[in-house]
Design a protein around this ligand. Structure first.
Ligand SMILES: NC(=O)C1=CN([C@@H]2O[C@H](COP(=O)(O)OP(=O)(O)OC[C@H]3O[C@@H](n4cnc5c(N)ncnc54)[C@H](OP(=O)(O)O)[C@@H]3O)[C@@H](O)[C@H]2O)C=CC1
Ligand SMILES: O=C(O)C1=N[C@H](C(=O)O)C[C@H](O)C1
Length: 240
C-alpha cells in the first residue's frame, strides 16, 4: 500500500515506522510547514491517507483527500462538531472515511465492557458515575476523544444521565456525567470509569503502555478499507 501521512508528529512517525515494517510505502509525510508538497502528489498513486494531525487542521486535511477520492483513516480528536459535514462530503464524492477516537483494540474491548457495566448500573441505585482520563502534557484537547466516546456509551445506557461535563471539582448536576482530565507526562492514555457509593466503589481502567496499539490499529484499518466506500467505523471493522 502507498500511504499518505497527514500529520507527522508522534503518531505519524510511529505509523510510518510500523507501516514500512509491514511492507507498505509512505508517499509523503505532511506537516504544517510542508503542506505545499500535497500539490505535487498524484492522487491516483495513493491508496490511503492516514490522518493524525491537530484539531484545527483535521478538517482541511480530510477534505483534501476525500475530494480526490483517497480513502481516509482519521484519528485526530477535538474536531467532531464538523464530522457531519465530512460524512456528507464522503457520500457526495463516493469516497471512504473512517473515524475512531481510539484505534487500540484493547480500548475498543473496553468500550464494550463500559456499555455492559453501564446497563447493569442503570438497574442499581446509590452510585454516582464519573470518568477520569490521564494524558501527556502535549495533548491539545480535553477531554480526550476516548473519554467522550466512553461518556456517550454511559449516557446511552443510564436513564438518569443526559450529558457530560468537563469537571474541575464537585459535580452539582446529577444528570451530567463529570469527566476529569489530568495531564501528566509521559502518559500515552489512561481512562478510568468509576461508580461510587457510600458502601463501595466499582472501577474499570484501560491503561495504554505506549502508542503502539493506536498506530497498529490505524494501519490495520487502512489495509482493511481498501476497495470500500462510505462512512465507516470500528463497528464495521471489528467482529465483536
Ligand atoms: N484515535 C486514536 O487512536 C489516537 C488519536 N490521537 C490524536 O491524534 C492527533 C495527533 O496526535 P499526536 O501525533 O500525538 O500529536 P503531535 O502533536 O505529535 O502531532 C501532530 C502533528 O500534526 C501536524 N500538523 C499541524 N498542522 C497541520 C496541518 N495543517 N497539516 C498537516 N499536519 C499538521 C503537526 O505539525 P507541526 O509539528 O509542524 O505543528 C504535528 O507534527 C491528536 O488529535 C490526538 O488526540 C492520538 C493517538 C491515538
Ligand atoms: O492525544 C493522545 O495522545 C491521544 N488521543 C486520543 C484521545 O483523545 O482519546 C487517543 C489516545 O487516548 C491518545
Amino acid at each position: 500500500m502507498n500511504i499518505l501521512l497527514l500529520g507527522y508528529g508522534k503518531m505519524g512517525q510511529l505509523i510510518a515506522e510500523l507501516s514500512e515494517s509491514r511492507g507498505h510505502s509512505i508517499s509523503a509525510k505532511i506537516n504544517i510547514d510542508n503542506r505545499d508538497e500535497l500539490n505535487s502528489l498524484d492522487p491516483a498513486t495513493i491508496d490511503v491517507a492516514i490522518e493524525f494531525s491537530q484539531p484545527e487542521a483535521a478538517v482541511e486535511n480530510i477534505k483534501w483527500a476525500i475530494e480526490r477520492g483517497i480513502p481516509v483513516v482519521s484519528g485526530t480528536t477535538g474536531w467532531l462538531d464538523q464530522k457531519p459535514a465530512i460524512e456528507q462530503l464522503t457520500i457526495d464524492k463516493d469516497s471512504a472515511f473512517f473515524y475512531a477516537s481510539n484505534y487500540s483494540i484493547g480500548v475498543n474491548i473496553f468500550f464494550k465492557v463500559n456499555e455492559f457495566l453501564a446497563k447493569l448500573m442503570n438497574e442499581t441505585t446509590g452510585y454516582t458515575s464519573s470518568i477520569e482520563e490521564i494524558h501527556h502534557t502535549a495533548k491539545k484537547d480535553a477531554p480526550s476523544g476516548t473519554a467522550i466516546t466512553l461518556a456517550e456509551g454511559i449516557i446511552k445506557n443510564i436513564n438518569e444521565l443526559t450529558n457530560w461535563n468537563l469537571s474541575e471539582g464537585a459535580n452539582e448536576n446529577e444528570q451530567s456525567l463529570p469527566i476529569t482530565s489530568k495531564r501528566i507526562d509521559p502518559a500515552p492514555g489512561t481512562h478510568i470509569i468509576r461508580y461510587s457509593s457510600e458502601i463501595d466503589d466499582i472501577e474499570i481502567t484501560h491503561t495504554a503502555h505506549s502508542r503502539q496499539g493506536f498506530a497498529l490499529g490505524a494501519i490495520l484499518v487502512a489495509e482493511w478499507i481498501q476497495g470500500k466506500k462510505g462512512v465507516l467505523s470500528m463497528d464495521d471493522f471489528l467482529s465483536f
